[in-house]
Each structure stands twice: as structure tokens, then as C-alpha cells.
Design a protein around this ligand. Structure first.
Ligand SMILES: Cc1cc2nc3c(=O)[nH]c(=O)nc-3n(C[C@H](O)[C@H](O)[C@H](O)COP(=O)(O)O)c2cc1C
Length: 186
């Protein structure tokens, strides 16, 4: 299978995300896709050049970093499935409203025209606040599948939701058979 693996700017999750990319790359061709913010924002969680190098080292593929590079994904039927992990509140909002103004949201729009699965792994502090309605919209949208998620720190971050990234491979496997892994809420 050929999988798109799109990263958005939830930088604190990257140390858990790259090992999952590695697992998927063992059995699939994986094409990394970077949001604009992943390409330009450095933080205590790492620098953009390190993320780029790591993704290239794992997959052997130069990450897609522009809308123009993401556009052919649909017309050329480049992907069997698209994984968006981590998916920020920002990207969730755009997807829920069909906005395509980043490499990641353009990849989703282009890929969805083929009726193929998009797998979303949320990571956002406002998952049970401002982003809740966007999660709800996507849950009800055709061809979207969710990696099981839950509250990561209910006491200190009562509206924060994070996906269980280790469940990504299983979620993808089922999504390719048009099934949503259960339970979604864990
Ligand atoms: C250090 C750092 C950590 C962040 N962590 C998150 C996060 O976990 N979830 C989230 O939704 N946004 C997070 N953000 C904010 C996003 O990076 C920001 O909303 C950005 O516009 C996301 O763009 P993207 O979805 O196109 O990558 C973080 C920002 C910084 C600087």
C-alpha cells in the first residue's frame, strides 16, 4: 500500500509519531506531508530541519511541503490512504469546513476525490471545547476514520484530547477495509 503521512504542528507528540511512521514504513510506501507550520516552527520539541531529515530517513521519500506538490495526489491516485497524525485543532477546523490552504489540507481534499480513507489522529487542547464541533463534523463525514482518542490529562487540561498513536496501524488497516476501529473513545 502507499500511505500519505501528514504531520501538523502538535510538536510535543512527534517523539511518539516518528516511531509509528517507522512501523508503517516497514510494510508500506510512506509519503510524508508537512504542514506549513511544521516546516517553519522550531520549539523545545525540535527544529524543522530535524523533522524533515527524520521523515526522509524513515521513508526514503522527500516530504511534500507545498500545495502544488500535494495537488496531484488525487488526479494521479497516489495514495491508498492518508494518515493525518498529529492532527491539530487548526487542521481539524479546516478539514471540517473543506478549507484547503496548507499541504496537509490540500492533500486531504485531493485524496478524498477518489473516495479513499483519511485517518485522523487528533491532538488538541480544545478537543472538548472549540474543536469539539469539528471533530463531530468529521465523525459524520464519509471517508474519515478516527484513531481512538481520549482525555490525556483531565485534571490539568480538562478539554484536551489526544489520540492513542500506537493504534494508528490498526486503524489504517481497518479503514482500508472501510471499517472504523472501535472503541473510538478510550
Ligand atoms: C510548541 C507548540 C506546541 C503546539 N502544540 C499543539 C497541539 O498539541 N495541538 C494543537 O492543536 N496545536 C498546537 N500548537 C499550535 C499549532 O502549531 C498552530 O495552531 C498551528 O497553526 C497549526 O498549524 P497546522 O495545523 O497547519 O500544522 C502548538 C504550537 C507550538 C508552538
Amino acid at each position: 500500500m502507499t500511505l500519505g503521512f501528514a504531520l501538523c504542528g502538535s510538536y510535543c507528540t512527534f517523539s511518539k509519531i516518528f516511531p509509528v511512521m517507522e512501523v508503517l514504513a516497514k510494510e508500506n510506501r510512506v509519503i510524508p506531508i508537512f504542514s506549513d507550520n511544521v516546516q517553519k516552527t522550531g520549539s523545545r520539541f525540535g527544529e524543522p530541519a530535524q523533522f524533515y531529515e527524520k521523515a526522509f530517513q524513515i521513508t526514503g521519500v522527500e516530504p511534500i511541503c507545498s500545495i502544488a506538490e500535494a495537488e496531484p495526489i488525487g488526479p494521479k491516485k497516489l495514495l491508498d490512504a492518508l494518515v493525518i497524525a498529529p492532527c491539530t485543532g487548526n487542521t481539524l477546523a479546516k478539514l471540517a469546513h473543506s478549507i484547503a490552504d496548507t499541504p496537509v489540507t490540500m492533500a486531504a481534499k485531493s485524496h478524498l476525490r477518489n473516495g479513499r480513507p483519511v485517518i485522523v489522529a487528533v491532538s488538541t487542547n480544545d478537543g472538548l471545547a472549540g474543536a469539539a464541533e469539528n471533530i463531530g463534523r468529521l465523525l459524520a463525514r464519509k471517508n474519515y476514520y478516527f484513531v481512538p482518542f481520549g482525555q490525556d490529562d483531565p485534571k490539568n487540561k480538562p478539554t484536551s484530547l489526544v489520540a492513542h498513536f500506537d493504534k494508528i496501524p490498526e486503524t489504517v488497516e481497518l479503514a482500508l477495509r472501510r471499517m472504523q476501529i472501535q472503541p473510538i473513545l478510550v
